[in-house]
Design a protein around this ligand. Structure first.
Ligand code: HEC
Length: 124
């Protein structure tokens, strides 16, 4: 018994990866199907109903070439980071009030992390 207790701290790091799921770009490709009706993400992709998302991380909100944004998104004064995307995708209406993305958001944190990893994997 004491041996087992002593061994526990050694076992914990081994078991951790089973619990905390890392963001997964491959799973994110599936999640992105929900976005693909309105967005491209491939390098050089065109604007559709929504702006092209290739290169969106690090880009100032509302600035994809040739896309007609809502006033709210044009006025948004920040650059997209993984954190900002996570907040936006949790609740698009709350994060940028008045923006015109007709999408309710992704409820599951894992889905958001995966789709962000996928978008990140498509950076030019
Ligand atoms: C039904 C269409 C639709 C769907 C589905 C959709 N979007 Fe959008 N998205 C838009 C529109 C329209 C805008 C432009 C918003 C504006 O101008 O206010 C937008 C804007 C964005 C922006 C801001 C881009 C920029 O250049 O500032 C991001 C990021 C984004 N969407 C990500 C996503 C992701 C990721 C998904 C899937 C989880 C998704 N969207 C699903 C239509 C959609």
């Amino acid at each position: 018994m004491t041996r087992l207790v002593r061994a526990l701290p050694l076992l914990v790091p081994l078991l951790m990866p089973l619990q905390a799921k890392a963001a997964d770009a491959v799973a994110g490709e599936k999640v992105f199907r929900k976005c693909a009706a309105c967005h491209t993400v491939d390098v050089g992709g065109k604007n559709k109903i929504g702006p092209a998302l290739s290169g969106v991380i690090g880009r100032t909100a509302g600035t994809a070439d040739g896309y007609r944004y809502s006033r709210a998104m044009k006025a948004a004064d920040f650059a997209w980071t993984a954190e900002a995307l996570d907040s936006y995708l949790t609740s698009p209406k709350t994060f940028v009030p008045g923006n015109k993305m007709p999408f309710p958001g992704l409820k599951k944190a894992d889905d958001r992390a995966d789709v962000i990893a996928y978008i990140q994997s498509k950076m030019p």
